[in-house]
Design a protein around this ligand. Structure first.
Ligand SMILES: Cc1c2[nH]c(c1CCC(=O)O)Cc1[nH]c(c(CCC(=O)O)c1C)Cc1[nH]c(c(CCC(=O)O)c1C)Cc1[nH]c(c(C)c1CCC(=O)O)C2
Length: 358
């Protein structure tokens, strides 16, 4: 079988198996048997079985080993009974794959050896070919065979968030160099996010063609921008990403932190599902976003450190605010924190399923 037809077969089988899952139904704003639940960063340091298999393996290397990726992605599905798996990888994997010298430092995040700051630096951002991430295709093939009817979510970093790491050279609180380029050299900025949009689109297409049933675009740090600047400098590149995968018909989720003022624009960029952090109640978020979108969120991840009754009360508040939504995917308002008690997460899944059983 040719590579192409092999991928097509895999895609059809994986997509068909997961098609009627609660998660994909909620994304499509169809009736569901219960509100589906998954957690950003559900695979990771909160799980002892994760810490065990990651022992001695650097983060980026773990993303390139298909067996390890498969095991880590499945861990939270087995343990918590979540309604979707999220592919174990990182937003900087496609950048590493095209040869950018970067590392993920424990407790810090992505660190780029030679930051991208001039026009000459753009040459290092060559297009991503599927062969650059063959380990992703292989891992997703293995995973979807194991997952059966549980959908797999693929993901990528949005152009702004990726640009912020490339320009700053690592995590930032102020994004000063990023904004300096955006305001000071809009053409260089546009060319940079244009290249990143092509890389991100290619990375998402690889994942969908290998069997991912939905994709999430993480613009984690876009909340640092005023709406007018988001619309002008960021939205065109993110819209291009969404448009480039529209033809597959898989739900497209768009998420960032502190994006209360950007929610309508993030929907307008081309998302089917808008992720909301814990700062805006879901009913208010729906008013800002308007009709025709499902919402994902939005329990404050730190609530999980409170006693069980408090977690239930706060969960009830999220579910009450979600009552009239066209579609709701329950999630945290950002990723699971590493010191979270995994039993609190398992209980939360059960609790949401029970409270929303129809
Ligand atoms: C901004 C961002 C990054 N990576 C990601 C984002 C967007 C999501 C968000 O807003 O949090 C996306 C990401 N990174 C990882 C996943 C895996 C899937 C999942 O959610 O379970 C996903 C979806 C694995 C990871 N990516 C990383 C870890 C932790 C490293 C480890 O376990 O050794 C994991 C499980 C490393 C990473 N990579 C990044 C950061 C900030 C960190 C944390 C650094 C640290 O605190 O140690 C960049």
């Amino acid at each position: 079988m040719s590579e192409r037809s092999h991928q097509q077969t895999g895609r059809t089988a994986a997509h068909e198996a997961a098609h009627d899952s609660a998660f994909l139904r909620a994304c499509r704003r169809e009736p569901v048997p219960h509100t589906p639940v998954w957690f950003m960063r559900q695979a990771g340091r909160s799980l002892p079985e994760y810490r065990k298999v990651r022992e001695g393996v650097p983060m980026l290397e773990s993303c390139m080993r298909p067996e390890l990726v498969t095991e880590i992605t499945l861990q939270p599905v087995r343990r918590h009974g979540v309604d979707a798996a999220i592919f174990f990888s990182d937003i900087v994997v496609p950048l590493k794959a095209i040869g950018i010298d970067l590392d993920i430092k424990p407790g810090v995040g992505p660190v780029v050896a030679d930051p991208v700051r001039t026009r000459a630096d753009l040459d290092r951002l060559r297009p991503l070919e599927p062969g650059d991430v063959a380990y992703v295709t292989e891992a997703i093939g293995m995973l979807t065979a194991e997952l059966g009817a549980t959908p797999l979510i693929g993901f990528a970093g949005a152009p702004f968030t990726l640009a912020s790491y490339l320009i700053e050279g690592g995590p930032s609180r102020t994004y000063e160099r990023t904004k300096a380029m955006m305001y000071g050299d809009p053409q260089l900025w546009a060319d940079l996010v244009g290249r990143l949009s092509a890389i991100t689109s290619a990375f998402l297409r690889v994942q969908i063609e290998a069997g991912a049933s939905a994709v999430q675009l993480f613009d984690s740090w876009a909340g640092a921008l005023a709406p007018a600047d988001y619309r002008r400098y960021v939205m065109p590149a993110s819209s291009e990403v969404f448009a480039s995968v529209a033809g597959y018909g898989v739900p497209r989720i768009h998420f960032g932190v502190g994006t209360g003022e950007l929610l309508a624009l993030m929907g307008e960029a081309g998302a089917d599902v808008v992720g909301v952090d814990w700062r805006v109640p879901l009913d208010e978020a729906a008013r800002r976003i308007g009709p025709g979108k499902a919402l994902q969120g939005n329990l404050d991840p730190t609530v999980l450190f409170a006693p069980r009754e408090a977690v239930e009360t706060k969960t009830d508040e999220v579910l009450a605010a979600a009552r009239d939504l066209e579609g709701h995917v329950f999630n945290l308002g950002h990723g699971v924190m590493p010191s979270t008690d995994p039993d609190a997460l398992t209980h939360l899944v059960e609790y949401v399923h029970e409270r929303t059983a129809r």
